[in-house]
Design a protein around this ligand. Structure first.
Ligand SMILES: Nc1ncnc2c1ncn2[C@@H]1O[C@H](COP(=O)(O)OP(=O)(O)OP(=O)(O)O)[C@@H](O)[C@H]1O
Ligand SMILES: [Mg+2]
Length: 350
Protein backbone atom coordinates (compact mmCIF):
# COMPACT_ATOMS: atom_id res chain seq x y z
CA UNK A 1 0.00 0.00 0.00
CA UNK A 2 1.44 3.37 -1.02
CA UNK A 3 -0.05 5.15 1.99
CA UNK A 4 1.37 2.77 4.57
CA UNK A 5 3.36 5.01 6.90
CA UNK A 6 6.07 2.47 7.69
CA UNK A 7 9.18 2.42 5.49
CA UNK A 8 8.34 0.35 2.43
CA UNK A 9 9.80 -3.15 2.11
CA UNK A 10 8.64 -4.09 -1.37
CA UNK A 11 9.29 -2.48 -4.72
CA UNK A 12 5.57 -2.88 -5.45
CA UNK A 13 4.78 -0.49 -2.58
CA UNK A 14 7.44 2.00 -3.59
CA UNK A 15 6.32 4.79 -5.85
CA UNK A 16 8.80 5.67 -8.61
CA UNK A 17 12.52 5.49 -7.80
CA UNK A 18 13.23 3.39 -10.87
CA UNK A 19 16.42 5.29 -11.62
CA UNK A 20 17.72 4.80 -8.07
CA UNK A 21 16.78 1.09 -8.03
CA UNK A 22 18.53 0.59 -11.37
CA UNK A 23 21.61 2.37 -10.14
CA UNK A 24 21.81 0.13 -7.04
CA UNK A 25 21.30 -2.92 -9.18
CA UNK A 26 23.88 -1.99 -11.80
CA UNK A 27 26.41 -1.01 -9.20
CA UNK A 28 26.27 -4.28 -7.28
CA UNK A 29 26.01 -6.21 -10.55
CA UNK A 30 29.28 -4.63 -11.66
CA UNK A 31 30.98 -5.65 -8.45
CA UNK A 32 31.08 -2.14 -6.94
CA UNK A 33 31.21 -2.40 -3.19
CA UNK A 34 30.67 1.04 -1.75
CA UNK A 35 27.40 2.83 -2.41
CA UNK A 36 26.29 6.00 -0.68
CA UNK A 37 22.63 7.02 -0.65
CA UNK A 38 22.18 10.68 0.24
CA UNK A 39 18.87 12.42 0.74
CA UNK A 40 17.22 14.87 3.07
CA UNK A 41 15.02 13.59 5.82
CA UNK A 42 11.84 11.75 4.97
CA UNK A 43 12.38 11.42 1.25
CA UNK A 44 12.42 7.62 1.36
CA UNK A 45 16.04 6.45 1.69
CA UNK A 46 15.21 3.63 4.08
CA UNK A 47 12.27 2.58 1.88
CA UNK A 48 14.53 2.55 -1.17
CA UNK A 49 17.19 0.28 0.30
CA UNK A 50 14.76 -2.00 2.13
CA UNK A 51 12.64 -2.49 -0.98
CA UNK A 52 15.69 -3.01 -3.15
CA UNK A 53 17.35 -5.55 -0.87
CA UNK A 54 14.07 -7.24 -0.02
CA UNK A 55 13.71 -8.39 -3.60
CA UNK A 56 17.20 -9.34 -4.75
CA UNK A 57 19.27 -12.42 -4.46
CA UNK A 58 21.85 -10.72 -2.24
CA UNK A 59 21.99 -11.71 1.38
CA UNK A 60 21.84 -8.52 3.41
CA UNK A 61 21.83 -7.00 6.83
CA UNK A 62 20.33 -3.57 7.47
CA UNK A 63 21.45 -1.79 10.61
CA UNK A 64 19.87 1.41 11.86
CA UNK A 65 22.92 3.19 13.25
CA UNK A 66 20.84 6.10 14.53
CA UNK A 67 18.88 3.72 16.73
CA UNK A 68 22.07 2.31 18.26
CA UNK A 69 23.32 5.85 18.81
CA UNK A 70 20.12 6.98 20.51
CA UNK A 71 20.08 3.93 22.78
CA UNK A 72 23.75 4.13 23.77
CA UNK A 73 24.85 7.72 23.14
CA UNK A 74 27.57 6.30 20.88
CA UNK A 75 28.03 3.32 18.57
CA UNK A 76 29.90 0.71 20.62
CA UNK A 77 31.55 -2.06 18.65
CA UNK A 78 29.92 -4.79 20.76
CA UNK A 79 26.46 -3.47 19.98
CA UNK A 80 27.14 -3.21 16.26
CA UNK A 81 28.65 -6.68 16.33
CA UNK A 82 25.68 -8.34 17.98
CA UNK A 83 23.21 -6.52 15.73
CA UNK A 84 25.04 -7.69 12.61
CA UNK A 85 25.21 -11.27 13.89
CA UNK A 86 21.51 -11.33 14.68
CA UNK A 87 20.56 -9.96 11.26
CA UNK A 88 22.96 -12.28 9.50
CA UNK A 89 21.59 -15.39 11.22
CA UNK A 90 18.06 -14.30 10.39
CA UNK A 91 18.98 -13.96 6.76
CA UNK A 92 20.92 -17.23 6.49
CA UNK A 93 18.00 -19.08 8.06
CA UNK A 94 15.47 -17.43 5.79
CA UNK A 95 17.50 -18.78 2.87
CA UNK A 96 17.52 -22.25 4.40
CA UNK A 97 21.33 -22.19 4.61
CA UNK A 98 23.42 -23.30 7.54
CA UNK A 99 24.94 -20.11 9.00
CA UNK A 100 28.14 -21.87 10.05
CA UNK A 101 30.32 -18.93 10.96
CA UNK A 102 32.86 -19.52 13.69
CA UNK A 103 33.26 -16.76 16.23
CA UNK A 104 35.76 -16.95 19.05
CA UNK A 105 33.89 -14.62 21.37
CA UNK A 106 36.47 -11.85 20.93
CA UNK A 107 33.75 -9.56 19.56
CA UNK A 108 36.08 -7.98 17.02
CA UNK A 109 34.10 -6.65 14.15
CA UNK A 110 36.90 -7.40 11.68
CA UNK A 111 36.84 -11.09 12.68
CA UNK A 112 33.10 -11.17 12.19
CA UNK A 113 33.36 -9.59 8.74
CA UNK A 114 36.11 -12.04 7.79
CA UNK A 115 33.97 -15.00 8.80
CA UNK A 116 30.93 -13.70 6.96
CA UNK A 117 33.08 -13.10 3.89
CA UNK A 118 34.33 -16.69 4.05
CA UNK A 119 30.78 -18.00 4.36
CA UNK A 120 29.58 -15.89 1.42
CA UNK A 121 32.50 -17.00 -0.72
CA UNK A 122 31.71 -20.64 0.03
CA UNK A 123 28.10 -20.07 -1.00
CA UNK A 124 28.96 -17.96 -4.04
CA UNK A 125 27.25 -14.89 -2.58
CA UNK A 126 27.97 -11.23 -1.95
CA UNK A 127 26.69 -9.95 1.39
CA UNK A 128 25.34 -6.41 1.41
CA UNK A 129 25.74 -4.57 4.69
CA UNK A 130 23.45 -1.56 4.72
CA UNK A 131 24.23 1.01 7.39
CA UNK A 132 21.27 3.36 7.65
CA UNK A 133 22.04 6.87 8.96
CA UNK A 134 25.72 6.01 8.83
CA UNK A 135 26.82 9.52 9.82
CA UNK A 136 26.31 8.40 13.43
CA UNK A 137 29.24 6.01 13.01
CA UNK A 138 31.47 8.95 13.81
CA UNK A 139 30.37 8.66 17.45
CA UNK A 140 32.47 5.60 17.95
CA UNK A 141 34.88 6.26 20.78
CA UNK A 142 38.24 4.90 19.75
CA UNK A 143 37.05 2.68 16.90
CA UNK A 144 37.53 4.10 13.39
CA UNK A 145 34.60 2.66 11.48
CA UNK A 146 35.71 4.38 8.29
CA UNK A 147 38.95 2.43 8.68
CA UNK A 148 37.06 -0.81 9.20
CA UNK A 149 35.04 -0.23 6.03
CA UNK A 150 38.18 0.65 4.04
CA UNK A 151 39.89 -2.49 5.32
CA UNK A 152 36.90 -4.62 4.31
CA UNK A 153 36.85 -3.07 0.84
CA UNK A 154 40.52 -4.02 0.42
CA UNK A 155 40.34 -7.51 1.86
CA UNK A 156 36.85 -8.93 1.72
CA UNK A 157 35.60 -9.17 -1.87
CA UNK A 158 32.32 -10.85 -0.88
CA UNK A 159 31.08 -7.97 1.22
CA UNK A 160 29.59 -4.73 -0.13
CA UNK A 161 28.37 -1.68 1.77
CA UNK A 162 25.45 0.67 1.29
CA UNK A 163 25.58 3.73 3.54
CA UNK A 164 22.67 6.13 3.81
CA UNK A 165 22.39 9.45 5.55
CA UNK A 166 19.88 12.25 5.93
CA UNK A 167 22.40 14.57 7.55
CA UNK A 168 24.18 14.84 4.25
CA UNK A 169 27.03 17.08 5.40
CA UNK A 170 27.61 14.94 8.47
CA UNK A 171 27.82 11.82 6.32
CA UNK A 172 30.34 13.56 4.07
CA UNK A 173 32.35 14.40 7.17
CA UNK A 174 32.29 10.76 8.23
CA UNK A 175 33.54 9.72 4.80
CA UNK A 176 36.23 12.37 5.09
CA UNK A 177 35.95 13.47 1.51
CA UNK A 178 38.57 16.20 1.90
CA UNK A 179 41.25 14.51 3.97
CA UNK A 180 43.86 12.69 1.94
CA UNK A 181 45.01 10.78 4.99
CA UNK A 182 41.54 9.41 5.73
CA UNK A 183 40.91 5.72 5.06
CA UNK A 184 38.01 6.25 2.67
CA UNK A 185 39.52 9.21 0.85
CA UNK A 186 39.52 8.86 -2.92
CA UNK A 187 37.78 5.46 -2.94
CA UNK A 188 35.47 4.75 -5.78
CA UNK A 189 31.92 5.12 -4.59
CA UNK A 190 28.61 5.22 -6.35
CA UNK A 191 26.72 8.19 -4.91
CA UNK A 192 22.95 8.15 -5.29
CA UNK A 193 20.77 11.16 -4.43
CA UNK A 194 17.18 10.57 -3.41
CA UNK A 195 15.19 13.73 -3.97
CA UNK A 196 11.77 14.85 -2.85
CA UNK A 197 8.94 14.41 -5.37
CA UNK A 198 8.38 17.13 -7.95
CA UNK A 199 4.89 18.63 -8.06
CA UNK A 200 4.05 16.28 -10.93
CA UNK A 201 5.35 13.11 -9.38
CA UNK A 202 3.82 14.03 -5.99
CA UNK A 203 0.47 14.49 -7.71
CA UNK A 204 0.80 11.17 -9.50
CA UNK A 205 1.80 9.50 -6.23
CA UNK A 206 -1.31 10.78 -4.44
CA UNK A 207 -3.58 9.85 -7.34
CA UNK A 208 -2.22 6.33 -7.46
CA UNK A 209 -2.48 5.95 -3.68
CA UNK A 210 -6.10 7.12 -3.59
CA UNK A 211 -6.98 4.86 -6.47
CA UNK A 212 -5.37 1.91 -4.72
CA UNK A 213 -7.35 2.70 -1.56
CA UNK A 214 -10.57 3.04 -3.57
CA UNK A 215 -11.07 6.66 -2.43
CA UNK A 216 -12.45 9.44 -4.56
CA UNK A 217 -10.49 12.60 -3.95
CA UNK A 218 -10.83 15.79 -5.99
CA UNK A 219 -8.03 17.20 -8.09
CA UNK A 220 -8.42 20.44 -6.16
CA UNK A 221 -7.63 18.68 -2.85
CA UNK A 222 -4.61 17.02 -4.39
CA UNK A 223 -3.29 20.30 -5.79
CA UNK A 224 -3.79 21.96 -2.45
CA UNK A 225 -2.04 19.12 -0.59
CA UNK A 226 0.96 19.43 -2.90
CA UNK A 227 1.18 23.17 -2.50
CA UNK A 228 0.83 22.94 1.30
CA UNK A 229 3.16 19.99 1.89
CA UNK A 230 5.57 20.28 -1.01
CA UNK A 231 7.01 17.04 -2.38
CA UNK A 232 8.24 15.54 0.88
CA UNK A 233 7.37 11.87 0.47
CA UNK A 234 6.62 11.24 4.13
CA UNK A 235 4.18 14.18 4.48
CA UNK A 236 2.30 13.14 1.35
CA UNK A 237 2.13 9.58 2.64
CA UNK A 238 0.76 10.79 5.98
CA UNK A 239 -1.78 12.96 4.18
CA UNK A 240 -2.97 9.96 2.17
CA UNK A 241 -3.09 7.86 5.32
CA UNK A 242 -5.17 10.41 7.23
CA UNK A 243 -7.62 10.71 4.35
CA UNK A 244 -8.04 7.03 3.56
CA UNK A 245 -7.50 5.19 6.83
CA UNK A 246 -8.57 7.87 9.31
CA UNK A 247 -11.27 9.16 6.94
CA UNK A 248 -10.46 12.83 7.53
CA UNK A 249 -11.61 15.51 5.17
CA UNK A 250 -8.99 17.53 3.30
CA UNK A 251 -8.42 20.48 5.65
CA UNK A 252 -8.29 18.27 8.75
CA UNK A 253 -5.83 15.88 7.10
CA UNK A 254 -3.42 18.67 6.12
CA UNK A 255 -3.71 20.14 9.60
CA UNK A 256 -2.99 16.77 11.13
CA UNK A 257 0.17 16.32 8.99
CA UNK A 258 1.41 19.70 10.24
CA UNK A 259 0.54 18.88 13.83
CA UNK A 260 2.08 15.39 13.99
CA UNK A 261 4.90 16.11 11.58
CA UNK A 262 6.04 19.28 13.28
CA UNK A 263 5.95 17.53 16.65
CA UNK A 264 8.29 14.91 15.26
CA UNK A 265 10.59 17.45 13.65
CA UNK A 266 10.68 19.58 16.81
CA UNK A 267 12.04 16.63 18.77
CA UNK A 268 14.77 16.07 16.17
CA UNK A 269 15.69 19.75 16.10
CA UNK A 270 15.80 19.97 19.90
CA UNK A 271 18.14 16.98 20.05
CA UNK A 272 20.42 18.56 17.46
CA UNK A 273 20.64 22.10 18.84
CA UNK A 274 20.83 21.55 22.58
CA UNK A 275 24.45 22.66 22.85
CA UNK A 276 23.91 26.24 21.69
CA UNK A 277 20.17 26.36 21.78
CA UNK A 278 19.49 30.08 22.08
CA UNK A 279 21.62 31.05 19.10
CA UNK A 280 20.42 28.16 16.97
CA UNK A 281 16.81 29.06 17.64
CA UNK A 282 17.47 32.68 16.64
CA UNK A 283 19.15 31.59 13.40
CA UNK A 284 16.31 29.23 12.54
CA UNK A 285 13.66 31.81 13.41
CA UNK A 286 15.37 34.42 11.23
CA UNK A 287 15.42 32.03 8.30
CA UNK A 288 11.76 31.04 8.52
CA UNK A 289 10.89 34.75 8.77
CA UNK A 290 12.49 35.13 5.35
CA UNK A 291 15.98 36.41 6.19
CA UNK A 292 18.24 34.49 3.92
CA UNK A 293 21.70 35.98 3.59
CA UNK A 294 24.63 35.35 5.92
CA UNK A 295 24.93 39.03 6.86
CA UNK A 296 21.29 39.66 7.58
CA UNK A 297 20.86 36.50 9.64
CA UNK A 298 23.99 37.34 11.61
CA UNK A 299 22.82 40.90 12.24
CA UNK A 300 19.50 39.56 13.50
CA UNK A 301 21.16 37.10 15.87
CA UNK A 302 23.54 39.75 17.21
CA UNK A 303 20.71 42.19 17.78
CA UNK A 304 18.91 39.64 19.94
CA UNK A 305 21.72 37.78 21.65
CA UNK A 306 24.64 40.18 21.64
CA UNK A 307 27.78 40.13 19.52
CA UNK A 308 28.83 36.84 18.01
CA UNK A 309 32.08 36.29 16.11
CA UNK A 310 32.05 35.53 12.39
CA UNK A 311 33.66 32.16 12.99
CA UNK A 312 31.23 31.05 15.67
CA UNK A 313 28.25 32.27 13.67
CA UNK A 314 29.46 30.54 10.50
CA UNK A 315 30.02 27.29 12.27
CA UNK A 316 26.53 27.33 13.83
CA UNK A 317 24.94 28.08 10.48
CA UNK A 318 27.07 25.46 8.76
CA UNK A 319 26.01 22.81 11.31
CA UNK A 320 22.37 23.46 10.54
CA UNK A 321 23.13 22.90 6.86
CA UNK A 322 25.11 19.72 7.54
CA UNK A 323 22.25 18.40 9.64
CA UNK A 324 19.91 18.96 6.71
CA UNK A 325 17.61 21.29 8.66
CA UNK A 326 18.59 24.35 6.63
CA UNK A 327 19.47 24.27 2.93
CA UNK A 328 21.96 26.49 1.18
CA UNK A 329 20.82 27.47 -2.29
CA UNK A 330 23.14 27.62 -5.29
CA UNK A 331 23.24 31.42 -4.98
CA UNK A 332 24.35 31.20 -1.35
CA UNK A 333 21.10 31.92 0.46
CA UNK A 334 19.88 29.97 3.48
CA UNK A 335 16.36 28.58 3.41
CA UNK A 336 14.06 26.04 5.04
CA UNK A 337 12.06 24.55 2.20
CA UNK A 338 10.09 21.90 4.06
CA UNK A 339 6.87 23.59 5.22
CA UNK A 340 6.46 21.20 8.14
CA UNK A 341 9.99 21.90 9.36
CA UNK A 342 9.24 25.63 9.07
CA UNK A 343 6.16 25.09 11.22
CA UNK A 344 8.24 23.13 13.76
CA UNK A 345 10.68 26.04 13.99
CA UNK A 346 7.82 28.48 14.59
CA UNK A 347 6.64 26.25 17.43
CA UNK A 348 10.03 26.03 19.17
CA UNK A 349 10.06 27.71 22.61
CA UNK A 350 11.89 30.98 22.09
N1 LIG B 1 8.88 6.22 -3.06
C1 LIG B 1 8.00 6.07 -2.08
N2 LIG B 1 6.84 5.42 -2.30
C2 LIG B 1 5.95 5.26 -1.30
N3 LIG B 1 6.12 5.70 -0.05
C3 LIG B 1 7.26 6.34 0.24
C4 LIG B 1 8.25 6.56 -0.75
N4 LIG B 1 9.27 7.23 -0.20
C5 LIG B 1 8.92 7.41 1.08
N5 LIG B 1 7.72 6.89 1.36
C6 LIG B 1 7.04 6.96 2.67
O1 LIG B 1 7.52 8.14 3.30
C7 LIG B 1 7.85 7.92 4.67
C8 LIG B 1 9.34 8.15 4.89
O2 LIG B 1 10.08 7.14 4.22
P1 LIG B 1 11.47 6.58 4.76
O3 LIG B 1 11.39 6.33 6.23
O4 LIG B 1 11.84 5.47 3.87
O5 LIG B 1 12.36 7.86 4.47
P2 LIG B 1 13.83 8.21 4.97
O6 LIG B 1 14.41 9.08 3.92
O7 LIG B 1 14.55 6.98 5.36
O8 LIG B 1 13.46 9.07 6.25
P3 LIG B 1 14.33 9.39 7.56
O9 LIG B 1 15.16 10.56 7.20
O10 LIG B 1 13.27 9.77 8.59
O11 LIG B 1 15.08 8.17 7.93
C9 LIG B 1 7.36 6.51 4.97
O12 LIG B 1 6.03 6.65 5.43
C10 LIG B 1 7.39 5.82 3.63
O13 LIG B 1 6.47 4.78 3.60
MG1 LIG C 1 15.45 6.42 7.11
Amino acid sequence: MLFDVKPKEKVADLYGRKKELDSLSTSLGNGERLIIVYGLRRVGKTSLIRSFLGEREYPFVIIDIREIYFVSGSVPMGMLYSTIVKEFLRFAESMGKEPDIKLDGGLRITDLLKEMNRWCKGNGLVLVIALDEAQYLRFSGRVRYDGVIAWALDNLPNIAFILTGSEVGMLRDFLNQDDEEAPLFGRFKNEIYVDRFTADSGTAFLKQGFEEAGSMVSGKDIDDAISSLDGICAWLTYYGHFRTVEKMEHGKAVEQVFREGSGLVMKEIEAAISRSRRRYVLILSAIVEGMSTWGIIKAYVSSKAGAVSDTVFSSLLQSLVKLGIVEKTSDGRYVVTDPVTAEAIRRLKK
